[in-house]
Design a protein around this ligand. Structure first.
Ligand SMILES: *Cc1c(COP(=O)(O)O)cnc(C)c1O
Length: 372
């Protein structure tokens, strides 16, 4: 068993994917080819965003967003302490200050409650991260940002396809709510390509143009550079693969959801673990199926599962405020003790679009065996 089975999905989609790759090889339009433009407009339409700007990976997407919003060295950006490193790394790389806030134990996500204590006159942006497959509670975060004139950059690398429901009933895709939404097409992500890839979403025309300009060496006209930019492109081959896979994204989300329901049903009643909690305001696309293992037994459970041939992963073993690279540049808001406790407790089980009930039964039996 693997943590993520990419092979099974490829075999299922093979005729369409192989044809898409062959088409690009024949056209040899490897850079900024027709599939890149077509994918960008199909992706924007899927997400309900006015614009989608493809780029080289999800980390670049976050960096380009910060650059296009005009943030300057010393500006502060609020980011959750419990997330993948990329969410905060780009803040530090640009000489900005990551202001780390704690997260909600139940959902792993940051909430609006912590924002008041986090802002200073230098605060310019918030990066809510929709971790593991469900949306942060965005309405109060967006309200707070509006009141304090802060930009919102959604890190949607793990939750593409999820819907957030506003208090008035409006349903919006994650990544379509902030000034910029960023996502990743890393192979194991819910919409993964066969290499690296990423994209940014924006509803504002001028901002979308700036994102595209920054991603393209800061040039609107070739060889005339208005601003400092970077070289961040999505390969045409990856775009062609993603066009095929985008047509299946909702079905991928449903398959992951069904697998998650199966785990939750069958793990019910095991004392010593907490299965994932689904928020009332978000659908869940289960990028990860993450347990909390209580009473300090997480590492023992992980080791036991390994002896049974079952992979399980710790996302993430160290909260960002405890990382050596971040200690000297971080402003921590409060104790960040939930982030620390989560890092000590989380364990993610194998999940993907192809996992079969028999495989999940083996995982469940092994967990029961450990606690018996
Ligand atoms: C994967 C991921 C990224 C970065 O994406 P890459 O394509 O690997 O650069 C950023 N944020 C989160 C939360 C991620 O999971």
């Amino acid at each position: 068993m693997r943590m993520v089975d990419l092979q099974g999905q490829y075999r299922r989609l093979k005729p369409d994917i192989d044809a898409a790759i062959a088409r690009v090889l024949e056209a040899t339009d490897f850079i900024n080819g027709v599939d890149v433009k077509a994918f960008a407009s199909e992706l924007a339409a899927y997400n309900g965003s006015t614009h989608a700007v493809p780029c080289a990976n999800g980390t670049d997407a976050l960096q380009i967003a910060l650059m296009a919003l005009g943030l300057k060295a010393g500006d502060e950006v609020i980011v959750p302490a419990f997330t993948y490193v990329a969410s905060a790394e780009v803040i530090g790389l640009l000489g900005l200050v990551p202001v780390m806030v704690d997260v909600d134990w139940a959902t792993f996500n940051m909430t609006a409650e912590v924002l008041e204590a986090a802002i200073s006159p230098r605060t310019k942006a918030i990066i809510p991260v929709h971790l593991f497959g469900q949306s942060c509670d965005m309405a109060p975060i967006l309200d707070f940002a509006r009141q304090h004139n802060l930009a919102v950059i959604e890190d949607n690398a793990q939750s593409i396809g999820a819907f957030y429901t506003f208090p008035d009933g409006r349903r919006v895709h994650t990544g379509a709510m902030g000034d910029v939404g960023c996502t990743s097409f890393f192979p194991s992500k819910n919409l993964g390509c066969y290499g690296d890839g990423g994209a940014m979403f924006a509803n504002d025309d001028a901002l979308a143009e700036r994102l595209a300009t920054v991603a393209n060496h800061g040039q609107e006209v070739k060889y005339y550079h208005k601003v400092l930019g970077c070289n961040s492109r999505l390969d045409t081959l990856q775009a062609a693969i993603l066009r095929v896979k985008l047509r299946h994204l909702d079905e991928f989300c449903q398959a992951r959801y069904a697998a998650a329901q199966y785990y939750t049903q069958h793990l019910k009643g095991i004392r010593g673990i907490e299965p994932p909690v689904e928020s009332p305001f978000s659908t869940h696309v289960y990028h990860q199926y993450t347990l909390k293992v209580l009473n300090g037994r997480r590492d023992a459970l992980k080791a036991y599962l390994e002896t049974q041939g079952i992979p399980a992963m710790i996302y993430y073993p160290l909260p960002l405020q405890a990382q050596e690279a971040f200690k000297p540049i971080t402003r921590a808001v409060g104790s960040l003790e939930v982030a620390q406790r989560l890092s000590d407790s989380v364990l993610s089980l194998p999940i993907d679009t192809e996992i079969r009930p028999e495989e999940q039964d083996r995982v469940v039996e092994a967990i029961k065996g450990f606690f018996a």
